[in-house]
Ligand binder design. Structure first.
Ligand code: ADP
Length: 468
């Protein structure tokens, strides 16, 4: 039940029905008035034509002299006397205004006395009580030159009766029209209301556990409700995707954090089982420190990723010579490579300029070089190449390590993705965030990154960045 009339009137379908009904009634009213106007005009024209013909009958086609005219008036008066439906009243006036002949009793018929006008061929309408008359006024000149003014009149009773009848019919039709408009309005407004109800019901049923729900999409193309349902469904798709990503992200993060935290806990627990020497404590603390550093690195990486996701990364762009960056990194990673007896080779142009965020580019290039050294077994080789051309800088890192299986290539840039084979062979357990960050850094600079197997059965990473 509706709490009040006010609430009822605010309902969409009720408002639409009211608008529809009012609109339909106004339009119908306008059409009916127009029809009445046209009807009156047409009937009046017919009356006018009749009066003209009557006048012609009185005056005849030929010319009269005085006696003939008086005779013509009398015989015409006799002829029209029995007419029931359009009775004709006529009056012949001299130019001085005196009545020469008339076929009615002035005391009974209130045909107003007209001041003879300039004789002309026109009609006038008299809508004065008690009777409405249509009057046609024209002058007539006899053979001897005498001029008369002839008034030919007929009451408009019949015409008025037709119009009254018409209005009576309209008044009978009006309630039917009203009923039809209300019924049609209700039917018309039913669909949008049903759709809105659907939207509300579906939206209410959606929560974090139930994001699969979608609105039914109408079959008719170009239907706005179909567009509405599709837009809402598309929004739901995006929300579901975002929610799913957040869910996976949270579970990935908690999973990834558990392993180092548990090994940290294990190391501390083992150390506490019995009294230890200072040297032993120092070793355990050192191990813990390494775990903590790995955790801090992972958290920093995650923080950076979330800023990338939120498009909240401020790039500090500057002119950068990538050759200098590569020289720096080469110098930095050489001891690490030598430690593993990995042969490092570098091939680069002297100047490769790009406009980029220096810190992020260092992170990108060092990640790729570090991976090359990390995953390549002892005695292997890693090659770095840098060149410029076609408006872009190209940086490549190739190694002859275990390579990346073709099936893993599409996923290797995903968050937390690790290729098990590579990991087990090298005994390395990384966070699986490095390549994901590399991809984000490259994208944010408008470049691209690709992986391909190389002739040495290792892998080659190719980064392309727009040249400055
Ligand atoms: P992490 O190195 O911390 O594990 P990355 O995102 O840098 O994370 O790398 C993701 C995975 O891709 C690695 O775990 C490894 O399996 C594989 N990978 C990356 N670089 C190489 C490489 N040069 N050779 C072989 N496998 C690699």
């Amino acid at each position: 039940m509706f709490s009040s009339i006010h609430d009822y009137l605010r309902r969409l379908d009720v408002r639409l029905t009211i608008y529809y009904t009012v609109l339909l009634l106004v339009l119908t009213g306008m059409v009916l008035v127009f029809i009445a106007y046209r009807m009156e005009r047409t009937l009046l024209k017919q009356v006018d034509r009749m009066l003209q013909e009557e006048l012609l009958e009185l005056t005849g086609v030929g010319e009269h002299d005085g006696a003939d005219f008086a005779h013509a008036c009398e015989s015409y008066a006799r002829e029209v006397a029995p007419r029931m439906f359009y009775p004709v009243y006529f009056r012949v006036l001299t130019t001085a205004g005196a009545v020469y002949f008339q076929n009615f009793d002035s005391s009974q018929i209130a045909l107003p006395s007209l001041t003879p006008r300039q004789p002309a061929f026109y009609t006038i309408a008299l809508y004065e009580k008690p009777a409405h008359f249509r009057v046609y006024l024209r002058d007539h000149t006899l053979k001897d030159g005498t001029r008369y003014i002839i008034e030919m009149a007929t009451p408009l009773k019949f015409l008025n009766a037709v119009l009254e009848n018409y209005f009576e019919n309209v008044m009978t039709l009006l309630p039917i029209m009203l009923l039809v408009s209300v019924v049609c309005g209700t039917l018309v407004s039913r669909k949008p209301r049903a759709i809105i109800k659907d939207v509300v019901a579906t939206t209410n049923s959606i929560n974090a556990q139930n994001l699969r729900q979608r609105l039914p999409v109408a079959a008719v193309r170009g239907d706005e409700t179909r567009d509405l349902a599709r837009a809402i469904n598309a929004m739901m798709d995006r929300l579901e995707k975002a929610f799913t990503e957040i869910k996976y992200f949270t579970s990935d993060v908690s999973h990834e954090l558990r392993t180092p935290l548990f090994s940290l806990k294990g190391a501390i627990e083992v150390a506490l089982t019995e009294p230890r020497t200072g040297e032993e404590y120092h070793r355990v603390l050192h191990e813990c420190m390494e775990q903590v550093n790995a955790l801090i690195k992972m958290l920093n990486d995650l923080f950076l990723i979330s800023r990338f996701e939120l498009k909240n990364v401020d790039l500090e762009l500057s002119d950068l010579n990538l050759s200098e960056v590569l020289d720096d990194l080469y110098g930095f990673f050489l001891p690490l490579a030598e430690e593993k007896r990995i042969q490092c080779a570098m091939e680069r142009s002297d100047i490769v300029r790009i406009k980029a965020d220096k810190t992020k580019i260092y992170q990108l290039m060092s990640n790729l070089i570090e991976n090359g050294i990390k995953f390549t077994p002892e005695g292997g080789m890693v090659k770095m190449e840098l060149s410029a051309g076609n408006g872009e800088a190209t940086f490549m890192v190739s190694d002859n390590g275990p390579g990346i299986p073709e099936a893993d290539v599409p996923y290797v840039f995903n968050r937390f993705y690790r290729v098990d084979k590579a990991r087990s062979e090298s005994g390395h357990r990384g966070s699986g965030l490095g390549l994901h960050i590399c991809k984000k850094i490259v994208e944010v600079h408008g470049g691209s990154i690709a992986i391909a197997p190389n002739a040495a059965r290792g892998v080659t990473f190719t980064v392309k960045l727009p040249a400055a």
